[in-house]
Design a protein around this ligand. Sequence first.
Ligand code: AMP
Length: 450
Amino acid sequence: MLFTSLGLSEPILKAIEETGYTEPTPIQAKAIPLVLEGKDVLAAAQTGTGKTAGFTLPLLERMIQSQKPTTVSKGKPKRHIRALILTPTRELAAQIAENVDMYAKYLPYKSTVIFGGVNINRQISTLKQGVDILIATPGRLLDLASQKMVDLSKVEVLVLDEADRMLDMGFIHDMKKVVKLIPKNRQTLLFSATFSKEIKALAAGFQTNPFIVEVAAQNKTADRIAQLVHPVDKSKKRELLYKLISEGQWHQVLVFTRTKHGANKLCEYLEQQGINSAAIHGNKSQGARTKALANFKANSIRVLVATDIAARGIDIDMLPHVVNFELPNVPEDYVHRIGRTGRAGREGEAVSLVCVDENDYLRGIERLISQQIKKVVVEGFEVDASIKAEPINQGGGRGRRGGGGGQRPSNGNGNSRGGNASGGGEQKRSNSRSRTNNRGARNNSRGSSE
Ligand code: AMP
């Protein structure tokens, strides 16, 4: 299939051509025609499948086709927000905004992105000048709405991107509040990496007779990602990582740790070994996060050490290596993490350094992805069989509430988080949540995403 057969206008096709995409990805081929017909779409797509273009391209086309007469005020076209893209994290919001700019390059629409952690006044002044497409995280959007600085009463298309993660992060009430500010006769597109009961319930509340689009089996990792586990003692993980990076001459490596503190420490160690590194997590200022990501993309930083909060928004062309320095305590996060490589059909490698404490986590992950991951012991890093597994301290020893840790048995669903698993590494809020949202009480918080 070609993009030209999808019914997109010339300015959009020209922008696509410039990106170098040759054909639509499966999610694009399925979703674009439905969105163009004005249908509500509920799409479950693996991470890295090209879903951003899957909703942005037809959204732009719909805007062209439903072109309302432009009102002019003081010689300038009067704009109002016609499309709202709601997304969980700052990085993802910034990433989508970049994509929208790219695809709308030859169109007269103005887009902007708003999220927390940065100065609100500049956002207010941009909004005052008029915007057609708004990309936002829920907290800052509601903040601006309560100050009457953003008007959503003319939104025609609402996109809820990474809706599963928004639920995980406890944004359900914020999402409901936002939806109340938007006209009922809108088009609603809901994208989610996974297709859970909770997501279907959300869709039932926000959408009208949605068409369901699914391109890959749930929780399956992309086939092109080569996955490998190196069993290793916890105390030797740093050295092993250094060996892999230096001897393998890896030039661009995204490394995941479970906690912010762990990310900082590992980053310091790598720097001491002469490997240019930066850490990115919820405690870093937005400026520092943006800079680290930009430097990593530009190859001036070799290793980016991240916690899960940063994972969703990181989209780098041909990112060759992802390392799980520590396994995530929620198996689904493994899928999201390694989805940072092997994007849009490219080859990638995901390596996990697994110590004895993490064996339960590994089993949970393997159950989720219905796959045994190949294990390779690196010479000189053989596991010391006399070391017994210890519970994992999710909070890095900083007085957080315990989460049961690594020895918690997995439940029958291949999901080791249990009813009240805390994870805690990035946690700021500790309010109890419904079962739907209890994942929000683990490693992400609105405080750090917004
Ligand atoms: P997404 O799943 O939206 O995060 O996209 C993942 C990556 O795929 C991004 O780097 C996109 O630029 C890229 N991409 C999107 N559509 C296509 C396409 N049709 N062909 C090749 N790459 C694409």
